[in-house]
Design a protein around this ligand. Structure first.
Ligand SMILES: NC(=O)c1ccc[n+]([C@@H]2O[C@H](COP(=O)([O-])OP(=O)(O)OC[C@H]3O[C@@H](n4cnc5c(N)ncnc54)[C@H](O)[C@@H]3O)[C@@H](O)[C@H]2O)c1
Length: 285
């Protein structure tokens, strides 16, 4: 490895084979960073690595098949990145999945799958990455939350909302802890509304043993999500540009849909102040 190679900054992105994760990796590579992608889909990962290498010649790209619900897999991803590139400066805990349905109809295996990927996946990624990010001297850790981190107001998407609220809690608390301890690592929470991606087909990655209930409420939630994504979904590249800007300015919150985020919080505040529950919204709205 040449001295020049050693100085190049390095990003690791989970869920990097598709959607927001791929766009983040492409953005970092375009900015001259070396990139390691972790994803559970081996074939999509291979395609993504080849595409990135093509788009950003001169940048080194690594793909490691990773299931973020496994701490051992995430440790192996970080280890492979350090072995290949000598350092890690930026980590995106981005991999995420979605399912829904009426409360009593969502099988416990589906609840656990979402917690394992969206919550424990983010936790594993942060814990495995922090030592290397501290060594960077200017480390950044980006959690992908969602508007659902701020609002539970959509019926039939309860498991997703619960996991994304947990991600918000970890991200905020960790940023506060790192500032209090004088760390040079900065945390960011990306909390988008609809973004063009393959999220609507997230159940493609449900492991054997997870029961996805085929009830009408789940289908309704997914159809609304699909409609919102195709009507209002931001290009993932625009979201990646906002993340790059937030990192450059050390902003904690990255809000691609800022009005929706504040409206969600205002609905909760009104509920707390008046005691009156907000009107039920259509799933996915
Ligand atoms: N698309 C949206 O509208 C939207 C809105 C808010 C938040 N998000 C969040 O953005 C993140 C990225 O999703 P996306 O919209 O790009 O969807 P996507 O399906 O296009 O990408 C998700 C990626 O994560 C990978 N993945 C799934 N399970 C995994 C696991 N166990 N380990 C490692 N990788 C795994 C998938 O293979 C896929 O490549 C998710 O956390 C999602 O919750 C998406």
């Amino acid at each position: 490895m040449s001295a020049d190679d050693r100085q190049r900054r390095v990003a690791v992105v989970t869920g990097g084979a598709s959607g927001i994760g791929y766009a983040l990796a492409a953005r970092f590579a375009a900015d001259g960073m070396d990139v390691a992608l972790g994803d559970i889909e081996a074939a999509a990962l291979e395609v993504a690595v080849a595409r990135l290498a093509d788009q950003a010649p001169g940048v080194r790209v690594l793909g490691v098949r990773t299931d973020v619900s496994s701490r051992a897999d995430v440790d192996a991803l970080m280890g492979a990145a350090v072995d290949a590139f000598d350092r890690i400066d930026m980590v995106c805990a981005n991999a995420g999945v979605e399912t829904g349905g009426r409360f009593l109809d969502v099988d416990e295996t589906a609840w656990r799958w979402l917690m394992d990927v969206n919550y424990f996946g983010a936790l594993h990624t942060a814990q495995a990455a922090l030592p290397a990010l501290e060594r960077s001297g200017d480390g950044h850790l980006v959690f992908t939350g969602s508007l659902a981190s701020f609002a539970t107001g959509t019926p039939f998407m309860m498991p997703y909302c619960a996991t994304k609220m947990a991600v918000l809690a970890v991200a905020e608390s960790l940023e506060i802890e790192l500032r209090a301890s004088g760390s040079n690592v900065h945390v960011h929470l990306l909390a988008p509304g609809p973004v063009q991606s393959r999220m609507i087909d997230a159940e493609r990655n449900a492991p054997a043993g997870v029961t996805i209930n085929e009830d009408g409420a789940r289908r309704e939630a997914m159809e609304c999500f699909r409609a919102r994504q195709s009507a209002h979904g931001l290009p993932a590249e625009d979201v990646a540009a906002l993340v790059a800007e937030a990192v450059a300015t050390d902003s904690f919150y990255v809000l691609p849909h800022p009005d929706s985020a504040t409206a969600a919080l205002e609905r909760r505040l009104a509920w707390m102040r008046t005691g009156e529950a907000p009107p039920v919204r259509v799933a996915g709205s």
